[in-house]
Design a binder for this molecule. Structure first.
Ligand code: ATP
Length: 318
């Protein structure tokens, strides 16, 4: 196996008496898109800034591109691109000039116009940065991080505040970067973003990784029961449901939900019953737990008491 781009064992960080990151283990392979998810204050920024070499750790072993980020040099910095949550640009420069200025900081930068196109700003290359929309500024941030042609890119909440179409466009840009073979570390609060972009996700809660793996398998969600839900028509009683559905159903007013490991026979029985009785299964939905369901379960204050502590067997599906 190739050397990992990032490896960390027992990474921890304390601010005074407060332990913000409590001994996390990570391994990110070349070309992976790896996302950190977690509630406010979970320790995402702290972890990422330690990996970026911008914050000192309190303990643990860390290697990023083969070096300890606490002791990096300029050559290492040139291999790493960072897009922070807020980036201040010189307002009087145009997009092309800003990218060209950054290109000057690197020994072998990417071509300026190519970089501008890569983030979809070719139509705005001659516009002053102060005249860009929020979404366009964010793309310019990505262009500035890319112009040095880094191997590893950190994107901190890259689409916060974007409208839905700007988000989709940003996802396309990130997809292009993945196709170029870049390793990307993403922090995000959007489940759909992690689902769409990340090869693997780590959920951080209270400074610990409580689940890690491909988004489709996180928290074993691919193996969990499927939920069938619908509304019973007025005047109908749950006692009328067919046998299996009646046995499994949870009823709240007119709302019926059924959890089944194998939903097909239950659905077959239900739809046959409804067809025979001439009923509509109003609002019928069939779904597996979403990434958001698993996330909320793992990060809620009511999560099992040992969640977030080292003894809990890690749900590592990756
Ligand atoms: P968010 O989603 O809100 O950005 P986060 O997961 O990135 O949150 P961090 O910013 O890493 O969380 O913060 C983790 C914890 O460490 C929080 O409780 C925060 O208050 C605390 N913290 C962060 N930076 C410092 C600091 N410089 N001094 C003291 N405490 C800090």
């Amino acid at each position: 196996m190739a050397e990992p781009v990032i490896s960390a064992t027992g990474l921890s960080k304390s601010y005074g008496d407060f332990q913000a990151v409590r001994g996390i283990d990570l391994r990110v392979e070349p070309g992976e898109v790896f996302a950190f998810l977690g509630p406010n204050g979970a320790g995402k920024t702290t972890t990422v800034e330690i990996l970026e070499g911008y914050r000192e750790r309190s303990g643990g072993e860390v290697r990023v591109l083969g070096e300890d980020p606490a002791r990096i040099d300029r050559a290492w910095r040139e291999r790493v691109g960072v897009v922070l949550q807020e980036c201040r640009l010189t307002p009087e420069l145009t997009v092309r000039e800003a990218v060209a200025q950054y290109a000057g900081y690197y020994p072998s930068p990417r071509a300026v116009d190519e970089t501008v196109s890569l983030v979809g700003l070719e139509g705005r290359a001659d516009v002053r940065t102060s005249k860009l929309s929020g979404g366009q500024q964010r793309r310019l941030d990505v262009a500035l991080a890319l112009v040095g042609d880094p191997e590893l890119l950190f994107l901190d909440e890259p689409t916060t505040g974007f409208d839905p179409s700007a988000r989709r466009q940003a996802w396309e840009v990130i997809g292009t970067l993945r196709d170029l073979g870049k390793t990307i570390i993403l922090t995000t609060h959007y489940m759909d973003e992690a689902q769409a972009l990340a090869d693997r996700v780590a959920i951080l809660a209270a400074g610990e990784i409580v689940a890690q793996g491909p988004p489709g398998r996180l928290g074993d969600r691919d193996e969990r029961a499927t939920r069938i839900s619908f509304r019973l028509g007025a005047g109908r009683s749950p006692d009328e449901l067919p046998a299996t559905a009646r046995e499994l159903a949870r009823v709240d007013g007119h709302e019926v939900s059924i959890e089944a490991q194998d939903p097909v026979p239950v659905l077959l029985e239900l739809t046959r019953w409804a067809t025979d009785a001439g009923l509509l299964l109003d609002g019928l939905e069939v779904r597996q737990p979403s990434l958001e369901d698993v996330y909320l379960e793992l990060t809620s204050p009511a999560a099992p008491a040992d969640a977030g502590h080292g003894e809990r067997p890690r749900r590592d599906s990756g």
